[in-house]
Design a protein around this ligand. Structure first.
Ligand SMILES: Cc1cc2nc3c(=O)[nH]c(=O)nc-3n(C[C@H](O)[C@H](O)[C@H](O)COP(=O)(O)OP(=O)(O)OC[C@H]3O[C@@H](n4cnc5c(N)ncnc54)[C@H](O)[C@@H]3O)c2cc1C
Length: 382
């Protein structure tokens, strides 16, 4: 069964989609269950992904990457997340935040930090969320104070993908306190993770996305040179909002990959399981459940690919990106829930792929802005 068909994918993204599919079959699917159980960081798969040219996908060729368009990154996401969400997130986050540096950074910063990521010599991360604040981007408390020719960072970040493993992170910090201009109080910085005052440790074990690692980061008088500021002081919120429009279309792809996995598993299970002397797939009620899953999936996928086009052409990007994220990630939760029910008691065996998918789908409805916030954005940009 091929649910991730080519028809909605533009011609320009089809070659890379095929590369991603082959890579996932060879390097992700065979080890997905093992990494899920151990919760280890999948270094080997990451290195294979780098060798295959499928990591740091979004960095331009000028800085050593492949310069993938949003559509190409989305095509890869669908294939990778179908194979395993935790490993997929690790591969995707190896260049997380680097696109911001590419868009707004200065030449020297790009040579020093972006190029090593594009060339797969380093990995990056994006540090926005905090222990006490996640959804309210204008409520973050980590502070950057200018002292002479340095910025001094103090505060805490939480949930930071690769916060331990990364060579540097793009860090979002408060640089002002103007109550009349809440969104103008933040800036973005390149923060190398080996500086004094940057301490990171892994957060506790998660129930889903087990092969990805997030960190609790503490910043205690961590000093960076003044030229590590990205773009203009006070514009961090806006740079991030633009970055998230791209990210949310791709997170929609996380949902689509997971939904495809749930549908495949459910369909296979009911074709072969017997009850009341019949194949379970012969019950009309069961067929209707599968029909609903498939219909929701196709609707989400059409919307998501339409949103990719809208974001790429900067046509009401925020409105479309938020819809794609809500619809695709919630389709994944719906398909996983129904898929579990169709598996009967076997649904709860942790070795079964459906139970892995069921736990994973809880996460994309939260990260890159919880779906409640996406609904605020959709209504707000009506
Ligand atoms: C696996 C994983 C990886 C992550 N990776 C990263 C990363 O690499 N970098 C990073 O910076 N962050 C990362 N995050 C953090 C993620 O972005 C936040 O968890 C998310 O933004 C939600 O913030 P929160 O958890 O603090 O929830 P809160 O903001 O505390 O929200 C709690 C609940 O309140 C609801 N709520 C809040 N405000 C409103 C409102 N205005 N209207 C209606 N409901 C509301 C929310 O929807 C949610 O249901 C990651 C999270 C996870 C789980």
């Amino acid at each position: 069964m091929d649910l991730l068909t080519e028809d909605v994918v533009p011609e320009s993204a089809r070659d890379v989609k095929q590369e991603a599919r082959e890579f996932a079959a060879e390097h992700i699917e065979p080890v997905a269950a093992e990494y899920y159980e151990s919760g280890d960081y999948p270094w080997e798969v990451l290195e294979a992904g780098m060798d295959a040219g499928l990591v740091a996908q979004d960095v331009s060729e000028e800085y050593g990457g492949r310069g993938f368009s949003l559509e190409e990154v989305l095509a890869i996401a669908e294939e990778f997340y179908r194979a395993d969400a935790g490993i997929a997130l690790t591969l995707q986050l190896a260049s997380f935040g680097a696109a911001i540096l590419e868009e707004y950074g200065e030449e020297g910063q790009k040579e020093e930090f972006l190029r090593p990521v594009g060339e797969n010599d380093q990995i990056s991360g994006l540090a926005v969320s905090e222990p006490e604040t996640g959804s309210d981007l204008a409520g973050m408390q980590t502070r950057a104070e200018k002292e002479g020719d340095e910025w001094v960072l103090n505060g805490e970040k939480y949930w930071i993908g690769n916060g331990v493993e990364a060579d540097w992170v793009t860090l979002y910090a408060r640089t002002g306190d103007d109550e009349d201009n809440r969104y103008g109080n933040f800036s973005l910085f390149v923060v190398p993770t080996d500086i004094d005052g940057y301490e990171a440790e892994h957060i506790p074990e998660k129930m889903g996305f087990r092969a990805s690692k997030q960190a609790h980061v503490e910043l205690n008088d961590a000093r960076i040179p003044e030229d590590h500021l990205i773009g203009t002081e006070g514009t961090g919120f806006y740079m991030l909002a633009d970055f998230f429009n791209h990210g949310r279309v791709v997170v929609g792809g996380h949902g689509l990959g997971l939904a495809a996995a749930a549908i495949e598993e459910a369909y296979d299970f009911v074709h072969g399981r017997q009850a009341f002397g019949r194949d379970v797939s012969e019950f009309q009620k069961v067929q209707h459940v599968l029909a609903d899953m498939r219909t929701e999936f196709e609707a989400a996928r059409s919307l998501n690919w339409r949103a990719a086009e809208k974001v790429e052409s900067d046509d009401r990007a925020g409105f479309w990106a938020a819809q794609a994220k809500v619809k695709s990630t919630e389709t994944a939760t719906m398909c996983a829930e129904r898929g579990m029910q169709l598996h009967g008691g076997r649904s709860v065996l942790t070795e079964n792929r459906i139970s892995r998918v069921y736990r994973d789908v809880r996460i994309p409805v939260i990260y890159e802005g919880a779906n409640e916030i996406q609904r605020n954005l959709i209504y707000g940009q009506w």
